[in-house]
Design a protein around this ligand. Sequence first.
Ligand code: ZN
Length: 366
Amino acid sequence: MCERKYICKIISNIIVIILVAGIMTYLSGCGKKQVDTANMADTSINDSQLVEDKVSSQSMQSEDNSQTMSEEETESEPEDQTEETENTETSQDSESEASSNQKENVSSGGTSSSEIEDSQDNGDNNAPEDNSDSGSQSDDNRITICIDPGHGGSNEGTKETYDGSLIKEKNITMAISRKLKYYLEQNDNIRVVMTRNSDSDVSLSGRIDYAASNNADYVISVHINSKSQDVIDASGCMVLMSCSRYQPANARFGSIYDREKSLAYSILSRLNSIGIPIANDTWNPDEYQDGILQRVNTADELYPDGSMADYYGLINEGTRAGVPTIIVEHAFLSNAGDYRNYLSSDAQLDALARADAAGILDVVLR
Ligand SMILES: [Zn+2]
């Protein structure tokens, strides 16, 4: 009886040991499973993030391609809508760009602010030369494009009041320029510098000096137009370029003039393709054709090669510096239709910048 009891105790002890061992094995298995599950969860989160990153990077890339590569090159000249007239007065905005010996004052408007001003006027008043784009990258092989946001500081450009807000050219030009910089920089072969990054005064010669000192290959000056008179309700886009084929010794290209003309046609074509007509304001047809204005200096100023110098100060300075320099007048702020269709929302200004970028890249990457 005692022996049986002893055997029973041994058997029950063995059963307990087996049970305990089984439970421990089960528990350890569960723990491992939990860890694995946690790892799997981690991995799946990381994967989904990667997928998201990939998708967004692909969509950005395709967005970039669509603006730079997929659109066909359109070199055809824009439709000629020039109206012949004896009146040779230029727009208010263009007058503000006249070379120093012909410069006229531009009247100023009210002081109320607009949404665009609010979003663009918050910059400090640092000198343009302080801007961070002036890095020492000029020794690389990239093409350097100097974007010049027209006006700035006390030079506000043209102004109009819409819906109770005073809209200032200097703020619109900065908004377009920043977007243009972004779109151009999506291309690895392009380096962009800006003549101003804040609401600051910069002289016309200071802008070209800045471009030249940064080894700019091109200067693209961003502007918004204003009608020259009340006879017609001027609207649309135009580009100002040099009237002379003068080539200084340090010219960046074999023909600055030809480069400017290619840029002008290319940008006008792109602006045209988003619905903006070629400007119909009244200029001397000898100076204005197909949306391109080439205005001769009326003070008998000559370039060193004896050709008539340019009327517009920025272009005059750009030509003397040997850098292709154009002024893009995107639309007329003085025209309510132009304002509402092309200048009154962030998306509209973005479309202008995309058109500019595509037009520029079509030429400079060629
Ligand atoms: Zn302007």
